[in-house]
Ligand binder design. Structure first.
Ligand code: FMN
Length: 209
């Protein structure tokens, strides 16, 4: 069932599933069924990548099935993320392969491609009634150490996966954020049609409101 909490409203209509994707901190206890889990990660395969390299790798720890992996990923998170992420039934790490397989040259687009693979799997998750919440607040070194990640691979982000839960279960401070207004830059601040904006019209580098 689609998550209809805090749906995004934009100036122009977009695919409903894109407006329903969000990054919750409250998760239901229900585990992610194996088929749904595989569908979510399979969706990453559909993303484009430079030279078709598919430089993304995902370490997945489901609390019930891979408790040791789950605990290691959780332990890599900053405290501010652990407090809510520990309720999610699945934790995952996105990882980039930093050199091309065909010629061993550095792949400057590896993290870009990992990002778009993760964006794609996020949308598949939303379509299945699940949500992910990506986090930069983790220690790549802890992940590297816990899972013996080879040198050519770099942990990029950690994310939760699960069915969204009741915001009322969140600690103070996070509860309000869960359903607070979702603000996006207007189109004119990031879509420059025909030319880079002039100094007087320059609003593209302002911090988000
Ligand atoms: C690369 C990346 C890193 C993020 N890091 C964190 C984080 O460490 N902790 C957190 O609570 N949210 C984190 N977020 C979530 C963003 O704050 C969130 O995506 C943003 O506020 C937009 O909200 P929405 O995803 O619900 O639309 C991160 C998101 C991305 C894409």
């Amino acid at each position: 069932m689609a998550d209809t909490t805090n749906v995004l409203t934009l100036e122009h209509p977009i695919l409903p599933v894109l407006t329903q994707r969000r990054s919750p901190r409250a998760y239901a206890e229900a585990p992610v069924p194996t088929e749904a889990l595989h569908q979510v990660f399979a969706a990453a395969s559909s993303a484009a990548s430079c030279f078709g390299e598919q430089p993304w790798r995902y370490l997945v720890g489901a609390r019930a099935e891979q408790p040791a992996a789950y605990d290691s990923i959780l332990a890599s998170l900053g405290e501010f993320n652990q407090v809510w992420a520990n309720k999610a039934p699945v934790l995952a790490v996105s990882i980039a392969k930093l050199h091309f397989s065909h010629d061993a040259n550095p792949n400057a687009w590896a993290r870009h491609d990992v990002g778009q693979a993760t964006a794609t799997l996020a949308i598949q998750a939303t379509e299945l009634g699940l949500q992910i919440h990506q986090m930069a607040g983790f220690s790549p070194d802890k992940i590297r150490e816990s899972f013996n990640i080879p040198a050519d691979y770099e942990p990029v982000a950690v994310f939760t996966l699960g069915y969204p839960g009741d915001a009322a279960t969140l600690p103070d401070g996070l509860r309000e954020k869960e359903t607070g207004p979702r603000v996006r830059k207007p189109l004119a601040e990031f879509m420059f049609e025909g030319s880079w904006p002039t100094a007087e019209g320059e609003r593209y580098d302002q911090a988000p409101v």
